[in-house]
Write a protein that binds this ligand. Structure first.
Ligand SMILES: [Zn+2]
Length: 431
């Protein structure tokens, strides 16, 4: 009896032996695949979690059919993190190390976002660090009083400064019947300037749509295969400066360019599946929003911007071209207030001020009408600490690029690397 048992056991061991006794070491590819599947399932549990996906359709179908619940997903994110930390570093190339750092940031973000969904609350700075990989150092609002004083001299007169700025900018509203033509001309010029510096996939294209009832003013929906849908929210009148801002930010060299380069260079050429999914609340958004905002200044130095507005966009919109220079100068000055938006968001989300106070402070420190301030606060309520990705992301992307290269050609090269390699926020601090 014993002999028979032993021989049966030996047979089992022989059959099972090689598979279980010598496990193959974990690989980044397998961890990446599990990360994508997990992200898709988290996306089934929270609307807006997944911003874009162009990986295998059967993975999306499987996630839809049987998504794990959020508590299980979070536990599985933590297991994936342990696996990632266990991948040997010996013989690792610099590119593999960067891939690992990227995956680590994405996993930390998933852990944080799922914890929020499960009812955990974070202070603004902790939430931002968990989701986007950057701990924001915010300046007090009083820091921006000097900027307000400077803008006073640009728009002198009676009444609250926000009202003067708002009335002045309303002189530059694009008439509805010219909106499509002006926006297309803006995007086309952004594309031309980007294509002169960065090789874009030949098949690339975008669709432009005007929509209403959104908490954002513009959005790029990346569809894969170098195709984007760019939407513009027309709830509020669109001013002329939005043509270049939006064209660069949502299009070139912003979101559309970043997404298609990541697809081409990392998802397709390297076969890195983690790039086929874009979880909105992740360090990827810090890089995406920061470079999209900085890309406006990179593509249009102030003098170029004035010339293009004066010669092309203003006439196309039926506006007085002589006003272009002053309007661009005001826009540049207003940019110095970008950080105030983050400080106000932090105060509001941490419960230091109420909604009404937040709206008032947005009016005072962003110099906008009540309607625009309400739109801004609604955005903060929806996307929360995501707001750091704009002001702070831009500041860090700009500092990184301009420190690395003194001239335009060099800056475009550094910029291209940021939007086509596995970049994490910490890379922006590297000098
Ligand atoms: Zn954006």
């Amino acid at each position: 009896m014993l002999a028979r048992l032993l021989s049966a056991l030996a047979a089992v061991l022989l059959i099972a032996g090689p598979a279980t006794a010598v496990p193959t070491p974990d690989s980044l590819d397998r961890i990446a695949e599990d990360f994508v599947k997990l992200t898709l399932e988290a996306g089934e549990r929270e609307e807006g979690y997944v911003d874009a996906y162009y990986g295998p359709a059967e993975w999306a179908a499987a996630a839809k059919a049987a998504p794990r619940d959020q508590a299980t997903l979070r536990a599985d994110v933590r297991k994936l993190t342990v696996r990632l930390n266990g991948v040997p570093t010996t013989g690792e190339t610099p590119l593999q190390a960067r891939r690992k750092a990227f995956l680590a940031g994405q996993l930390k973000a998933a852990d944080t976002r799922l914890s929020m969904a499960l009812g955990e609350t974070f202070k603004f700075a902790d939430e931002a660090e968990g989701l986007f990989g950057v701990r924001p150092q915010l300046k007090p609002l009083s820091h921006y009083d000097a900027v307000l004083a400077r803008i006073e001299t640009l728009v002198p007169g009676e009444g609250p400064l926000w009202q003067r700025v708002d009335s002045y900018q309303n002189l530059f509203i694009i008439p509805t019947d010219r909106l499509d033509a002006v926006m297309r001309a803006g995007i086309a010029e952004c594309r031309k300037r980007t294509a002169a510096r960065i090789a874009l996939p030949t098949e690339e294209q975008f669709t432009l749509e005007f929509v209403k009832g959104k908490s954002w003013s513009g959005y790029n929906w990346y569809k894969g295969n170098a195709v984007s849908l760019i939407q513009i929210n027309t709830d509020l009148p669109i001013r002329i400066d939005r043509a270049i801002d939006l064209g660069c930010h949502e299009g070139y060299p912003g979101h559309h360019a970043l997404n298609m380069l990541l697809e081409q260079k990392l998802a397709k050429q390297q076969g890195w599946v983690e790039y086929t999914v874009y979880p909105l609340y992740s360090p990827q958004s810090f890089i995406a929003e920061g470079t999209a905002n900085y890309g406006i200044d990179l593509a249009f130095p102030e003098a170029d911007k004035v010339a293009f507005e004066r010669e092309v966009l203003f006439p196309l919109a039926g506006l007085n071209p002589a006003a272009a220079k002053d309007q661009v100068a005001l826009g540049a000055a207003l940019k110095d207030l970008a950080g105030a938006r983050l400080t106000i968001a932090q105060m509001y989300l941490d419960g230091e001020i109420d909604r009404e106070t937040a709206i008032g402070l947005v009016q005072k420190y962003q110099l906008v009408s009540r309607a625009r301030a309400e739109q801004s606060v609604r955005f903060t309520e929806t996307y929360r600490s995501y707001v750091i990705n704009y002001g702070l992301g831009e500041e860090m992307a700009k500092a990184h690029v301009e420190h690395a290269a003194p001239d335009a050609a060099g800056r475009w090269k550094v910029f291209e690397a940021l939007i086509s390699e596995p970049t994490v926020p910490a890379d922006l601090l590297r000098r």
